[in-house]
Design a binder for this molecule. Structure first.
Ligand code: NAD
Length: 304
């Protein structure tokens, strides 16, 4: 008999992840507040549930992919209070990107009730969620990590244990802070070259074989026309939104405040992305760049 996964939150990411669980042979009991998202999941083979409590009732695994920490706490503890009805044989995997403190609170409340919990945020966007190639950064006990692989293998290509509960979130925000820093640094360097007469394609080729080489240059060049199939060559549509990057940089700032860490580069990147968010050209009727792909930070430097 198929194992049952209760899946809560079938948005841009969760929708694709749930489909990969179906393909791997799980029964997926799905719930989302948005009727349209639930219908899409049902059309793809998930079993739609009328509420989250019903979804988790007989589950072997619970996977949640929700927008923020307040919603995750509400779903598990204060609002829907799923922790009061989840079977003690189940493993809970929260894949949302939230503050480590939110994950630790849910983990501690789960433990009080004798339940197993891991945080398992992801790297990779909507395309990787649909393709089943996400990277998962797991926080939890060794035993729960081993158990989690049964479902994570169906949705991802790289699965890491970062440490105890909350450690997955710490790894995720460190990674995304570094991504924001090297993307804005790459945009800055490319603009300096262009302002001094260089062709961005030629400069990119040079830096790719030199010590400035980095992931943004290799896979995600921010200058339109340098690389095919990336958001910069598609009017910065698709990909990873400025608003989501800002959310992650805010979480990095919160974590740094809590640990009294200095993150001057992360703070600068956060300021740059904020400035960029609020300085839309108005060309498509909006001054808000929050919905564009994050590589559009190039436009903050551009003189066009
Ligand atoms: P989304 O807004 O598309 O999806 C979230 C879904 O949760 C929505 O369908 C919403 O209706 C549902 N939801 C909200 N509250 C709910 C509740 N109480 N009960 C049931 N369902 C509820 O967001 P997304 O892009 O899928 O992102 C989900 C998480 O993944 C976020 O934490 C985000 O930071 C993280 N993430 C996103 C990306 C990306 O590229 N989109 C990449 C990596 C990580």
């Amino acid at each position: 008999m198929s194992k049952i996964v209760a899946f809560i939150g079938l948005g841009n990411m969760g929708g694709g992840m749930a489909v990969n669980l179906i393909k791997a042979g799980f029964q997926v009991n799905a719930f989302d507040l948005m009727e349209a998202n639930l219908k899409t999941a049902a059309d793809a083979g998930c079993t739609p549930m009328t509420c989250s409590k019903e979804a988790v009732k007989n589950a072997d695994f619970i996977v949640s992919m929700l927008p923020n920490g307040a919603i995750v706490e509400s779903v598990y503890i204060d609002g829907d209070a799923l922790l009061d009805v989840i079977p003690d044989t189940a493993l809970i995997l929260d894949c949302s990107t939230i503050a480590p403190a939110n994950s630790r609170r849910v983990g501690a409340e789960a433990e009080k009730r004798g339940l197993n919990f891991v945080d398992a945020p992801v790297s990779g966007g909507v395309a990787a969620a649909a393709a089943g190639t996400l990277a998962f950064m797991v926080g939890g006990t060794e035993a729960n990590f081993e158990t989690s692989k049964e479902v994570l293998d169906a949705m991802g290509a790289n699965i890491f244990r970062a440490g105890d509960v909350g450690a997955g979130q710490v790894a995720k925000i460190c990674n995304n802070m570094l991504l924001a820093i090297h993307m804005s640094g790459t945009a800055e360097a490319l603009q300096l070259g262009m302002d001094n007469g260089l062709d961005p394609k030629v400069l990119s080729e040079i830096m790719l074989k030199s010590s400035g080489c980095n992931w943004s240059l290799e896979k995600y060049n921010p200058v339109p026309g340098v690389m095919d199939g990336v958001p910069s060559s598609n009017d910065y549509q698709g990909g990873f939104m400025v608003d989501l990057m800002l959310k992650d940089l805010g979480l990095a700032q919160e974590a740094a405040t809590a640990s009294k860490s200095s993150i001057p580069m992360g703070a600068s990147a956060r300021n740059l992305f904020n400035l960029h968010k609020n300085s839309g050209s108005g060309g498509s009727g909006s001054k808000d760049n929050g919905g564009k792909d994050f590589s559009s930070i190039q436009q903050l430097y551009s003189r066009d």
